[in-house]
Design a binder for this molecule. Structure first.
Ligand code: PGA
Length: 258
């Protein structure tokens, strides 16, 4: 059985007091027993990691960062290291979000180093892939995803996958209100699982959680999460509203085990 996951990517939103408030609203909603079977992760901006980790302590909520530097330490002005986010309470980090690829020119080489740096430091990775609208319209979705995975995951070991999950996030669906249909998402998710089994020996893909991201909302979560290869969601905009995000967690709790 694969771990179900609902992760919230707060992006560049929330000052420390705002982040504390949002995290508190969420943990209160999740307080009731039994604890959810779904792994709930929230990824605030790095300035709020510490405060949010304090709020999340003892709750069902795990904390993640949105990014890390590929180096562990040194003269890298403006960067935040894996040790820093870990020290601030993060157990996870998102890597290779399409906004990082696009606005911060993250190449496969950089992404590959970041993944290895995170794993070496025992921080789990939410690794993102996905195609642009242009690429989808030109029938390049699978080529793009395959190419990203081949290079981004270069030289990783099959055991590394135990500390990773993959998020399929079609770039055209992020923050646009356009969601991939459950069938479109399922098709790419099952393709990703096949690639993982091709790259890594020993069929590890059956245990790997693959999340969908791109305009996931309370209203569409259940349909997406019901697909056989969709194990969870990486939620942007809708994660900034505790009630809505909680509804997405409830949708995950509702769908059958895979
Ligand atoms: P969205 O963002 O839910 O606002 O589309 C998803 C993401 O970028 O992770």
């Amino acid at each position: 059985m694969r771990q179900k996951v609902i992760a919230g990517n707060w992006k560049m939103h929330c000052t420390i007091p705002e982040a504390r408030r949002l995290a508190t609203q969420l943990t209160k909603r999740l307080d009731k027993k039994p604890a959810p079977k779904t792994r709930v992760i929230i990824c605030p901006p790095s300035t709020a990691l510490s405060a949010v980790s304090e709020v999340a302590k003892g709750s069902a909520v795990y904390v993640g960062a949105q990014n890390i530097a590929w180096e562990e330490e040194g003269a890298f002005t403006g960067e935040v290291s894996v040790k820093m986010i870990k020290n601030a309470g993060a157990k996870y980090t998102i890597i290779a979000h399409s906004e990082r690829r696009k606005y911060f020119n993250e190449t496969s080489n950089i992404i590959n180093k970041k993944i290895k740096t995170a794993l070496r430091n025992k921080v789990k990775v939410i690794y993102c892939v996905g195609e642009t609208l242009d690429e989808r319209q030109n029938n390049l979705t699978k080529d793009i995803v395959l190419n990203q995975m081949e290079w981004d995951l270069k030289d990783l070991e099959v055991t590394d996958l135990k500390n990773m999950m993959i998020a399929y996030e079609p770039v055209w669906a992020i923050g646009t209100g356009k969601t991939a249909t459950p069938e479109q998402a399922q098709d790419v998710h099952s393709f990703i699982r096949d690639i993982v089994d091709t790259i890594f020996k020993g069929s590890p893909a059956s245990k790997l959680s693959i999340l969908y991201g791109g305009s996931v909302k309370p209203g569409n979560a259940e349909d997406l999460l019901s697909q056989p290869d969709i194990d969870g969601a990486l939620v942007g905009g809708a994660a900034l509203d505790a009630a809505g995000f909680h509804k997405i967690i409830q949708a995950s709790e509702k769908v059958g085990k895979k």
